[in-house]
Design a protein around this ligand. Structure first.
Ligand code: GLY
Length: 388
């Protein structure tokens, strides 16, 4: 495993030389070169890999790469609407934790940069300000300039999504850093609300849940990136395994561990025989059934931590299947001049809604930067060298 981690770190470095301070957005071109630009929810993943590589090796060359990104994160934390509009940057929303935990919290923890701490706390304030105190949830997206569906615009006023479980760590960290209990209370309340409405009795999850924004009344669970409203989108399920385990680590509330375990069992029992999750667990009848390597890598990392707190044969078997599945079927490390670590992920819905034969290209069955981040994190956990 050490050998693979070393190769990923080398690739992270050579990528950084080409990127030269530019952020890989999502996926690659046909030659394995990441699209550069950033400005969305994925901005933390490449820099997160750089900090993991630095944490492991302590090579200054990784910090030199990381330094190039600081001016951008400084501006991003300002969240100035004019700057965002002029530069095609998504204003910060529920995904703020992905961006600032992996960039600024890591930087602060690794090198004690107090400006990084300030930027991360600023981001935590923005995330906390999205809390709907009646419904007790952190609101997902804002209205986007490209939104056309009036119902979606209306629903977004009271929408919560499962991905948010990956972002509350920023609030728990902010509480530990400042002692301000408000951060903790918001993160803990949000976690309880997700457990109540987004997690179904069989351990599967909705992608999104709509509430009345004024009364906080629950309305219904829906999907955006999955196959159907009542199916289970595997990346959402993976975010939930990881997020509830992380919530337990901060709160020591064993109910979160119970929830994580139930979600993990559903995930593991729905893996394909070759050890990987389809993009949506309901998508078993199509001719082409895309897997999602990002869901596998996120779940792998979450399960390794879950296994530390609630060890079991089932969780252990899930770890083995996912690790072997990724290494056997998705490994891009032997492809020369290729930038991603993994192949075969899905960014959004693989099929057009209502037409299960029409694949959405190009963002189906492709490399994605967050699959790479979580894979490196998971391998470092397996080698007991992840402590961020
Ligand atoms: N946070 C968005 C996604 O998982 O695609």
């Amino acid at each position: 495993m050490k050998n693979i981690i070393e190769k990923i770190c080398e690739r992270t470095y050579s990528n950084g030389v080409r990127f030269d301070g530019r952020i890989p957005t999502n996926s690659t071109d046909a030659y394995g070169r990441f699209d550069l630009g950033g400005g969305g929810w994925t901005d933390g993943f490449y820099i997160g890999m750089v900090y993991l590589a630095y944490a492991l090796t302590k090579h200054k060359k990784f910090l030199e790469i990381a330094d190039k990104y600081q001016p951008y994160f400084r501006l991003r934390a300002e969240n100035n609407p004019d700057w965002c509009r002029q530069n095609n940057i998504l204003p910060l929303d529920h995904d703020t934790g992905f961006i600032f935990k992996l960039s600024q919290v890591y930087r602060y923890k690794l090198i004690g940069d107090t400006e990084a701490r300030t930027l991360a706390l600023k981001a935590a304030d923005i995330l906390a300000s999205r809390f709907n105190s009646v419904g007790r949830f952190i609101r997902a997206w804002d209205t986007w300039s490209w939104d056309t569906d009036p119902q979606f615009i209306e629903d977004k006023k009271g929408k919560m999504i499962i991905d948010s479980m990956m972002n509350i760590a920023l609030l728990f960290w902010a509480y530990e850093e400042t002692g301000n209990k408000q951060y903790y209370d918001i993160a803990a309340s949000h976690t309880d609300t997700v457990a109540k409405y987004v997690v179904r009795p069989d351990g599967s999850t909705f992608h999104q849940y709509n509430f009345d924004p004024l009364t906080g009344e629950p309305k219904k669970g829906v999907t955006g990136q999955g196959y159907s409203d009542d199916s289970c989108w595997s990346r959402g399920q993976a975010w939930a395994v990881y997020g509830f385990t992380e919530a337990y680590e901060y709160t020591k509330n064993t109910a979160h561990l119970d929830t994580a375990e139930k979600i993990a069992h559903y995930f593991i029992s729905h893996l394909m025989p070759y050890g990987l999750p389809l993009w949506d667990f309901a998508c078993t009848n199509q001719t082409f059934r895309p897997i999602d390597a990002s869901a596998a890598a996120i779940a792998l990392s979450g399960l390794i931590t879950l296994n530390k707190h609630r060890p079991s044969d089932i969780i252990e078997s899930g770890i083995t299947k996912l690790k072997n599945g990724l290494l056997t079927h998705c490994n891009a490390l032997s492809i020369e001049n290729w930038e991603s670590v993994l192949l075969h992920a899905c960014i959004g819905s693989a099929y057009q809604k209502g037409n299960e034969c029409t694949l959405i290209v190009p963002y189906t069955d492709c490399p994605i930067i967050y699959a790479d981040y979580y894979f490196l994190e998971a391998l470092m956990k397996l080698e007991n060298c992840f402590n961020l």
